[in-house]
Design a protein around this ligand. Sequence first.
Ligand code: FAD
Length: 419
Amino acid sequence: MSSKEDVVIIGAGIGGLTLALSLHQAGIACRIYEAVPELRPLGVGINVLPHAARELAELGLLPELDKVGVRTRESIFFNEHGQFVFREAAGLAAGFDWPQYSIHRGDLQTVLFDAVKQRLGPDAVVCGQRCTGATQDGESITAHFVSPDGERLPDVRARLLVACDGVHSALRKQLYPQEGAPRYSGVNMWRGTAVWKPFLSEASMVRAGWLDVGKMVIYPIRNDVDGKGSQLINWVAEITDPNPAIRDWSRPGRLEDFLPAFEDWHFDWLDVPALIRSSDSILEYPMVDQDPLPTWTQGRLTLLGDAAHPMVPRGSNGAGQAIIDARYLAGQLKRRGLTEEALQDYDKVRVAATTQVVLTNRTNPPDAILREVYERTGGKRFEQLEPIVSQAELQAISDNYKKVAGYSPAALKARPSFL
Ligand SMILES: Cc1cc2nc3c(=O)[nH]c(=O)nc-3n(C[C@H](O)[C@H](O)[C@H](O)COP(=O)(O)OP(=O)(O)OC[C@H]3O[C@@H](n4cnc5c(N)ncnc54)[C@H](O)[C@@H]3O)c2cc1C
C-alpha cells in the first residue's frame, strides 16, 4: 500500500526543515520522512552567515534565533602564539542587512522543527522512516522505507522527491553507485562546548594557529546560560593527521589525542586548555568532503544540502548552502510548478554555485589567512606583521571567499528574493 504526496523530503536536518518551511510559504504541500525515531538536538556550534540569515529572516525566524543564538560581531585571527593577525566586522556590524549567528546546531534544528510543526501541522515530519531508495515511472516517484529495526514500511508516492539526507545520503548512492567514500582532507577535528565567561567582544569568532601545529576555532553560541552572564562557548580543534577519525557525528573524542598541541595556549584573551578541560563532552570527526557532482537530479529526484555537496567545514557554509539550496528550489517550484524542468533549473544554478564553494573550502577558505602567516613566519613569533603580510592581502582572502560563497554585502543587497 502507498500514500501520495506532492513533494516528499527525505531528512529533517537543517536543509530538509528549511525546504519544508519554504515550500509551505510557496503554497506547496510536502511531508518530511526522517530516519531517526525522534529528533534530538545533536551536534555542537555552527555559523549562519548573512546570506543564509537573510533566508531565515524571510521565513520570519529571526526573533526565535535571537532567543537561542549569538549575533556574531567580529571575526578575528591569531597565530599559535596568540599574536593578533587580522580582524574584520561580521554581520550587521560589517554593513550587511542581515546578522550572522553563531548557534548550537541542535538549537537551529529545534527552531526550524518547531516552526514546521506550527505552520505545517504536527504530522508534517514523520520520524522512524529510513529511506532506502526511490523508483520512478514517468508519472510519479515512489520512495521506499524501512523502520529503525529494518522492517519494510509502506511506500510513499509523490510528484517530486528531494533527498536532504546528509553526508551518508542513500539517494546519492542510488544516483552514483560507483562513488567512493567521502574524501578525507588529512585533518581531524575535535569539538566541544564549555560554560565560560565572555571573552573579547563577547560575540567574537576566533580562528587561531594553523593545521600543521594545531588550529582552533572558538566562538560563543548561547548567552547567559547560568543567570550570571556566562556563555556557552563552542570550540573546534583541527590537526593534520594521516589517519582519519571514524565518520560518526556523535563519536566521543579523547583529550590526549589533541590537547598536547594546545597545552601552552594561555592567552590574555582566553585560557584555551582550561576551556577545553572544562568541556562536558568531546566529539571527534574527520574533515571530509566529496568531489563535486556534475548533476544532482534524475527525473523527479534531486539532492540538497550535504547529500548534494558535502564540504569541509572551513568557511561556515555547510548549513548556509543547504538553506540557500532549499530557498532557491522552493522559488523555482513556485514559479515553474512541480516539474522536472524546475528541478533542472535548480540543478544548473546550485551545482555551479556550490561546486565553487566546495573547491574553495579545500584551497582558500577564510582560514587561509592563518596559512599565509604560518608559512611566511615559519611558525615563529613575529615582531611586526605588516612587512611579512599586509592587512590588505589578508582582507583580499576574506573578500574572495565572500564572493565565491555569495555573501558580499553589495551582492547580497542587490539580489532579489528567491521566493
Ligand atoms: C547528528 C548530526 C550532528 C551534526 N553536528 C554538526 C556539528 O557539530 N557541526 C557541523 O558543522 N555540522 C554538523 N552536522 C552537519 C550539518 O548539520 C550539515 O553539514 C549542514 O547543516 C547541512 O544540513 P543537511 O540538512 O544537508 O544535513 P544534516 O543536517 O546532516 O541532516 C540530514 C538528516 O537526514 C537524516 N537522514 C539520513 N539518512 C536518511 C535516510 N536514509 N532516510 C531518512 N532520513 C535520513 C538524518 O538523520 C538527518 O536528520 C551534523 C549533522 C548531524 C546529522
